[in-house]
Design a protein around this ligand. Structure first.
Ligand code: ZN
Ligand code: ZN
Ligand code: ZN
Ligand code: ZN
Length: 353
């Protein structure tokens, strides 16, 4: 049997403007590159289910369905709460997954692809965006009325990080409000570091490749040195314990062997396939709920790998944000029966139990 073709995603630095919505990027961190620019999720829909703080954009994957007219453009978005206390093993209450799609002819973008030029594309023609995090910004600064926010929390951060000085200048017209896709100082303190996510076919396994064992060893070592995220939470002794007591976790062995082909991968895309699980310790996989909009089946679409944690610059206070793999399940038909941004389903699998 032909082995399944899987696409994998790796990260590259890119200037922010090239990750603007009109280029339909897959990306990590920075502001969300919204697809539908009008009917954004309400601020209340982007709150952490645990602490009720606004979640922060983690990543998006551009994944059109070529054969479905209204999925000519299609993007899956993932948001996460940055509060480490909200992160618990095998639970996803601190995540939000949204799907959005558009036909080729739509209200926002031209029919033909855009040239890669840094030109004006004012997104607030459709909806005001939070100057800090890029989510919908229903409230504005009451003094200058030029800058918008998703929440009181982000308004306060922005005031402290520079709006206090800018506000009078905006009022007097000395400066004009900035391009709302740029990342401000306040944004830098709230958002994850921004990267382009480049998705390409995984190399096939080369049976003559003796490097694979070497790569596997490297990966295991990286994990032990906590350079691979999934183990942020576990002390070294726990990890050694795990490797000693569960040497026969076949799933983990398969995982590290497969990952060793591209140790730096942060995404595996395999629509309709099965996730590459990280461990066989697994209770959460019993039941994938049906699409809540069309009542149709959901299918596996992609997974986020623990390596991504290395690229996020999460900072010391965020050490407890953690995952093994994040497996995303989406409506098989990619229906268009809900709002512009529709909720999809995630399973989080952690290595230790
Ligand atoms: Zn939270
Ligand atoms: Zn905000
Ligand atoms: Zn102001
Ligand atoms: Zn559906």
């Amino acid at each position: 049997m032909e082995p399944r073709k899987v696409d994998i995603g790796v990260l590259e630095e890119k200037p922010s403007w090239l990750l603007h919505p009109r280029f339909f990027p897959s990306k990590i961190g920075g502001k969300p590159s919204w697809l539908n620019l009008q009917d954004l999720p309400k601020s209340s829909e982007l709150l952490c289910k645990k602490c009720q703080d606004p979640t922060v954009f983690l990543c998006q994957v551009y994944a059109p369905f070529e054969d479905v007219e209204d999925c000519f453009h299609r993007t899956i978005f993932i948001f996460i709460c940055k509060n480490g206390n909200c992160c618990s093993k095998n639970h996803t209450d601190n995540f939000i997954v949204l799907r959005c799609q558009l036909p080729r002819t739509n209200d926002f973008y031209s029919y033909q692809p855009y040239e890669e030029k840094d030109e004006e594309f004012p997104m607030d023609n459709w909806t005001k965006l939070c100057d800090v995090c890029g989510a919908r910004g229903p409230a504005h600064c009451s003094r200058c009325k030029k800058v918008y926010y998703c929440s009181r929390k982000h308004q306060i951060i922005d005031w402290q990080k520079g709006h206090k000085e800018q506000c009078p200048q905006l009022q007097s017209g000395d400066i004009v409000s900035t391009n709302n896709f740029k990342i401000t100082k306040a944004g830098q303190s709230v958002l994850f570091k921004e990267w382009e996510l480049i998705v390409d076919e995984e190399d096939e396994e080369d049976p003559n490749n003796t490097d694979i064992n070497q790569e596997m060893e490297k990966l295991n070592k990286m994990m032990q040195e906590k350079k691979v995220g999934s183990l942020n939470n576990i002390s070294e002794s726990e990890l050694e314990e795990y490797t000693r007591t569960v040497p026969n976790d076949k799933v983990f062995n398969k995982f590290s062997k497969r990952v060793a082909r591209h140790p730096e991968q942060v995404l595996r895309y395999d629509r309709g396939g099965v996730p590459l699980w990280i461990t066989s310790n697994n209770d959460s996989l019993v039941h994938i709920p049906k699409c809540e909009y069309c009542n149709g089946e959901r299918q596996f679409e992609f997974q986020i790998m623990p390596q991504l944690l290395n690229f996020l610059d999460v900072g010391v206070e965020l050490n407890s944000i953690d995952w093994g793999v994040l497996a995303i399940y989406t409506c098989k038909a990619s229906c268009n029966k809900g709002s512009a941004y529709m909720l999809e389903y995630m399973i989080k699998q952690d290595l230790s139990d």
